[in-house]
Design a protein around this ligand. Sequence first.
Ligand code: NAP
Length: 283
Amino acid sequence: MSQAQVLDGRAIAKAVREEVKGRVDRLRERNVIPRCAIVLLEGDEPGRLYAEQIAKSAAPLGVQIDIRQLPSEASTNDVVVAVAEAVDDKQIQAIMVQRPLPAHLDAERIAEEIDPRKDVDGAHPYNQGLLVAGETFFVPATAAAVMELLRQPQVGPLDGARAVVLGRSAVVGRPVALLLTAANATVTICHSHTKGLPAIAREGEILVAAVGHPRFVTAEMVKPGATVIDVGTNFIDGHFVGDVDHDAVAAIARLLTPVPGGVGPVTTAVLLRSVVEAAERSR
Ligand code: NAP
């Protein structure tokens, strides 16, 4: 049985970082240093690890990351004040509030405080609205990463392709579906109320899995020769497992992203590209 080719997120992320480095160098000639404030709450361990990963990738490129950690009991107003400080700071061109926020916080109110021009993770309603209108300014980094993977030449044209997105969250499923629609794919979104999901998933020449259940996508749900993007990052028994049953699906798909080493590294790289874009637009 043939094996799917791996869509190597680490290699793609490296290429994006090289592009970012060149753009940072050109900004430095204009005395602009790209700087991003990341607001997160204590106790958000995945959020802290992600922020540290971003900072680690950013440093060699000359992008500055300013992590602003608030106490776990911080109120909506406390977070709004932290965001407002970053909005007012002329040395900071980019802001990301780590999501998901704890249930006691008003995520919409906090997102509204981000200046849309600094909103590199596409959380502000203005940027969400542009995406719905088929235009893009800043979009959620994970969704941008999925599109970066799908724009690799070996994937083939998105125009006219049948795409199925599993999951409809504001940070992954919905923006991916909208971006695929803007790229002229024909898109179906599945969620927890979808009837007959395996048969619908099997229609996808492109299948994006973002449900948050380990190995949810089995070989029976995959069209032979499909491109499968596994967004899932489920921490099981000390290691990360995707939403796709990788080994079984590798025997059916043509292209498949690994976990780890697929969407994750590309997400970090495209976020840094958005930080540089914000810095370029800031002058
Ligand atoms: P989420 O907010 O929990 O959303 C999950 C989506 O999956 C929801 O739309 C839900 O449907 C749907 N779903 C859940 N169970 C289902 C089922 N049995 N059948 C069909 N649909 C089902 O999760 P998320 O934030 O989108 O994240 C999804 C996955 O991606 C997680 O594993 C997360 O860790 C990972 N992730 C990775 C990155 C990265 O950079 N690699 C970034 C963000 C997230 P309903 O809407 O009906 O509830």
